[in-house]
Design a protein around this ligand. Structure first.
Ligand code: FES
Ligand code: FES
Length: 150
């Protein structure tokens, strides 16, 4: 069926079943491969995008549940004030190792900073606990979020 999605400020008309996960549409139909597939079960956070500013697991979000909401992906998060600060801090603190989880980490951190400009350690832990990093970059992620908030 024809579905229109508002992604990064642009309307995209796609042909997909309504129960297709947003992640599949982003990567396989639109070629926006910055958002990663990890577990496919909302357990790792690699697929995190924003839907109306809220961090959302795109692997379990069907395209017919999105309606007219605004989707933001890693490709455009740097154009938002919080996303720009987070990306700068990520570079400054050299956060990534293999990088696989990092787009999801940045999306969750950007949503946190946009809603809470001065997050405490507990706020950071709460917001980031669903984003898994097999390389163990957690300490640098925390440092970078604090830098972005300073
Ligand atoms: S791929 Fe979506 S949470 Fe793991
Ligand atoms: S940087 Fe490798 S999984 Fe996080």
């Amino acid at each position: 069926m024809a579905i229109t999605l508002n992604i990064n400020g642009t309307q995209h008309s796609i042909d997909a079943d309504g129960d297709t996960p947003l992640l599949w549409v982003l990567r396989d139909i639109l070629g926006m491969t910055g958002t990663k597939f990890g577990c496919g079960m909302a357990l790792c956070g690699a697929c995190t995008v924003h839907v109306d500013g809220a961090p959302t697991r795109s692997c379990i979000t069907s395209v017919d549940s999105i309606g007219t909401s605004d989707i933001t992906t890693i490709e455009a998060i740097g154009a938002t004030p919080a996303g720009a600060k987070i990306q700068k801090a990520w570079l400054d603190r050299e956060v990534p190792q293999c990088g696989y989880c990092q787009s999801g980490q940045i999306m969750s951190a950007s949503a946190l900073l946009a809603s809470n400009p001065r997050p405490t350690d507990a706020d950071i832990e709460d917001a980031m606990s669903g984003n898994i990093c097999r390389c163990g970059t957690y300490a640098r992620i925390r440092e970078a979020i604090k830098l972005a908030a300073s």
